[in-house]
Design a protein around this ligand. Structure first.
Ligand code: ATP
Ligand code: MG
Length: 414
């Protein structure tokens, strides 16, 4: 037997944390629905090809971070490192494109073999949205606005800032890449080994490097903004004015690139400095080439994903658990009566906790531990008279209530 520990980089979500996660998911789902985004749920593992081809053979996720294995039937499969590839695969598998534009919201676990630290896990969770089949810049504005609204609803809007950049179209990127490589070639000696590899395979990734030396080199590198084609510049201008018209403030950060290969035009991140190094809580961008990479027709797309762990840490107070009614039989003879009563109250919509066994004192202690609002005590005298003693756990006040009036009486505590 393995030692009784979860695998490194994975976490048990104990009730208080699980409640924070659910709050993030429910808030996200509710707002997504208001914006017209439908829930979707795809498998947590796919054929490896789904990720390998779309995320880019040279991306960190594909080269270092995938949980990839061959199953008993010999299929090469991978636990999903992110949500977009699976959603796009599902769109194609199910022939959904004819109904474009498509709007989806998802939530669930993702898996990346990374070095675990605060806010960085091997099994983590994301909420995310995808808008597929909209090439207009209003699409980018809509998904960003939805992200901003979710953050605001969660009460973390004041702790995050929106960073925005454009990666341009293919032509802009080709021109920029050439200038960037020329510049970086001249300062090769100062680059980290990882970035030397990136220089050969995917130089724009160097802009995103977390290495201190790389960062210094990057500070003086050419800027994408100077290489945009008129069309790409116009697209970016529309996204910016769209955000401004919705009163969404942002800062342009021309070092912002996304870690995955499929992005073009808009890239954005909501960043906080409240979480140390792992400050990006929500990140996304436009991925017009992705559907085609997967074998579909040319189709525009834009979306984002947010780390639930990071959002959960930012929530000021966890949403409070409902305070139950504790039903407590005083002696063995009242067990059955108490059990039946608890069930009837639950059917009336009242949250009820039963401790199952133990002395009266132990049960009162449990009532305190589950933060019961009231305790309903059933003893011999109560049973004989068809009443219960209702004790207000906050004030200590007690009153007698007939059993058949109990549900009505307790309704105020719902
Ligand atoms: P980073 O630069 O932090 O590695 P990334 O670019 O790999 O982020 P994305 O793929 O854009 O991240 O994922 C979107 C969001 O998911 C991130 O902003 C973050 O909130 C969350 N996230 C990504 N990887 C992890 C992880 N290993 N553990 C926890 N949350 C994560
Ligand atoms: Mg990463």
């Amino acid at each position: 037997m393995q030692k009784l520990q979860p695998v490194r980089g994975t976490h048990d979500l104990l009730p208080e944390t699980a409640r924070r996660h659910l709050h993030v998911i429910e808030s996200g789902r509710g707002l997504a629905e208001r914006f017209g985004y439908q829930p979707i749920d795809t498998p947590i593992f796919e054929f490896t090809d789904v990720f390998q081809r779309t995320l880019g053979e040279t991306s960190d996720v594909v080269t270092k971070e995938m949980y990839r294995f061959t199953d008993k039937g010999g299929d090469d499969v991978t636990l999903r490192p992110e949500g977009t590839a699976g959603v796009v695969r599902a769109v194609l598998s199910n022939g959904l494109l004819q109904d474009a534009p498509l709007k989806f919201f998802y939530a669930g676990p993702m898996f990346r073999y990374e070095r675990p630290q605060k806010g960085r896990l091997r099994q983590f969770h994301q909420i995310g949205v995808e808008l597929i089949g909209v090439a207009r810049p209003e699409g980018d504005v809509e998904v960003i606005a939805l992200g901003a609204e979710i953050l605001k609803t969660l009460g973390v809007g004041g702790q995050v800032t929106l960073h925005l950049n454009t990666l341009g179209d293919a032509e802009s990127r080709a021109a920029y890449r050439k200038a960037l490589v020329a510049y970086l070639d001249g300062r090769k000696g100062e680059l980290s080994p990882d970035s030397l590899t990136r220089l050969a395979l995917n130089p724009m990734r160097i802009l995103d490097s977390k290495d201190a030396g790389d960062k210094q080199v990057v500070a003086d590198a050419p800027r994408i903004g100077d290489f945009l084609t008129p069309a790409a510049a116009a697209f970016f201008a529309s996204v910016r004015s769209g955000l401004e018209s919705l009163d969404l403030t942002y800062t342009v950060d021309d070092r912002l690139v996304r870690g995955l290969d499929y992005y073009c035009h808009t890239a954005f991140e909501f960043v906080t400095d409240a979480l140390g190094a792992q400050g990006t809580v929500l990140a996304g961008g436009r991925y017009d080439g992705l559907v085609e990479t997967m074998g579909g027709p040319p189709t525009a797309g834009v979306g984002w994903a947010a780390g639930i762990e990071r959002l959960a840490m930012l929530l000021a107070a966890p949403p409070s658990a409902p305070r139950p009614v504790a039903v407590i039989p005083v002696g063995d003879a009242e067990e059955a009566l108490a059990f039946g009563l608890a069930h009837r109250l639950r059917l009336e919509g009242i949250a009820v906790d039963i401790g199952f066994g133990g002395s009266m004192k132990a049960r009162m202690k449990r009532a305190g531990r589950v933060n019961a609002r009231v305790a309903v005590l059933l003893g011999e005298t109560e049973r004989a008279r068809g009443v219960a003693t209702v004790r207000d756990m906050d004030t200590g006040q007690q009153s007698e209530v007939p059993l058949d009036a109990l549900a009505r009486h307790l309704a105020v505590f719902r």
